[in-house]
Design a protein around this ligand. Structure first.
Ligand code: ASP
Ligand code: MG
Length: 386
């Protein structure tokens, strides 16, 4: 059962999540949480401000005060001991002072910085469950066996994760059964040994990874809408929930920007063949959306339309490619060499149109595009000489 940031944004919402878990007494869930509400954004902002604010001003940063007050206030309202997170808050302040001293926020430090959000939300929630008599145990995924690449802020999960996580969670359950409360979003770099993150919104991927690792019956992603909707309600207020999706459809939609699930998160679910259910924590009885490997497509003509703004489109039109072979291969090897991801492609005999996602152009976009043009231009010239 995965609960995102808004589901655990306050003491009241945490109580509701606890109540929701208890309303399914027949289940023995692994519970996975994001950071509370806006915490991840605030931590990132605090880090950016710390770079230029000087060590003595760190404790006065608004974002740090916000994070402290939110978490300590939540503990107070839940009648829990503040000391549960004292150690983490101290460490966080030290880290921000370190950033202020170095006047630098590296990607590695950024991951360490945002990890405090998930570390705190899960500790508070575990204490809440234990207080109301439900035995729970907190886990930081970077100590649970989540092994990742070292591309800080956007890592991939390595295969070794699955057996490691399964062994640890099974072993602990057998020795001393308690509901595991796990941090979303975090892992441990296999070379660096440092805390890593799976990219924004990455806790969906943590959830499906655990689902596959343990071979669970179902992965539940709890949101505040009745499942995946036919459209963003800000665009069309009458959008309705979609009852069924395949993993492929969900992955494609997520990749093209629908705010449904993390784009990578369908892969473990598909590989482990574990159905994913998107449910509404405000409307528990609603069926939600069920995402599985296959669905009845016999009456389906068109499954979805995606609207994406701010894309870069490239049109390559030249009669020089007429009747040639290997032209497409060469064009795409340019993108490979430049490390640029292509979204959509349409071709005819004398033209290629493609779209590039600017968020994935890794350095300054203009420099990149100039490189693309230069390479494609020389390619066209070379084809005319053959
Ligand atoms: N807390 C992280 C974020 O806000 C991860 C997540 O919520 O999935 O991106
Ligand atoms: Mg979030």
């Amino acid at each position: 059962m995965k609960f995102g940031g808004s589901s655990v944004a306050s003491a009241e919402r945490m109580r509701e999540v606890a109540d929701l878990i208890l309303s399914f007494p027949e289940e023995r869930p692994v519970v996975m949480l994001s950071a509370m509400g806006k915490t991840t954004n605030k931590l990132l902002m605090a880090g950016e401000k710390a770079v230029g604010c000087g060590t003595t001003n760190v404790s006065e940063l608004d974002e740090l005060s916000f994070v402290k007050e939110l978490h300590l206030g939540t503990l107070d309202q839940l009648g829990l001991d503040r000391s549960i997170i004292y150690g983490l808050l101290d460490e966080l302040e030290q880290l921000l002072k370190g950033i202020a001293m170095m006047k630098e926020l590296t990607l590695r430090t950024r991951d360490y910085l945002v990890s405090f959000g998930e570390c705190m939300s899960t500790r508070i929630f575990t204490a809440l469950l234990n207080k109301i008599g439900v035995k729970a145990r907190q886990y930081d995924t970077f100590d649970l066996g989540f092994i990742t690449t070292d591309d800080f802020t956007n890592v991939d999960i390595l295969e070794a994760t699955y057996p490691a996580v399964a062994k640890r969670l099974h072993g602990d359950w057998i020795n001393d059964p308690a509901i595991p409360i796990v941090t979303g979003f975090l892992g441990k770099g296999w070379r660096s040994g440092a805390i890593t993150t799976l990219g924004r919104g990455g806790s969906d991927l943590t959830a499906t990874t655990i689902g596959k690792a343990l071979g669970l019956r179902e992965i539940q992603v709890w949101k505040d809408v009745d499942g995946v909707l036919t459209c963003d309600r800000n665009i069309h207020p009458k959008a309705k929930p979609v009852p069924y999706f395949t993993f492929d459809e969900a992955a494609e939609l997520a990749y093209f920007g629908a705010q449904v699930l993390h784009p990578q998160s369908m892969r473990p679910a598909r590989e482990g063949d574990v159905p994913v259910k998107v449910k509404n924590s405000y409307n528990r009885r609603a069926p939600g959306t069920l995402i599985t490997k296959e669905r009845d497509m016999s009456k389906t003509v068109l499954t979805s339309i995606v609207l994406k703004s701010n894309i870069t489109m490239l049109d390559i039109v030249s009669t020089r490619m007429l009747g040639q072979y290997g032209f497409l291969a060469k064009v795409f090897s340019i993108f490979e060499d430049l490390g640029i991801s292509v979204d959509c492609v349409a071709t005819s005999e004398v033209s290629i149109s493609l779209t590039l996602d600017p968020s994935k152009l890794w350095s300054c976009e203009l420099v990149q595009l100039k490189n693309v043009w230069a390479s494609i231009y020389s390619l066209l010239i070379s084809f005319s000489c053959q």
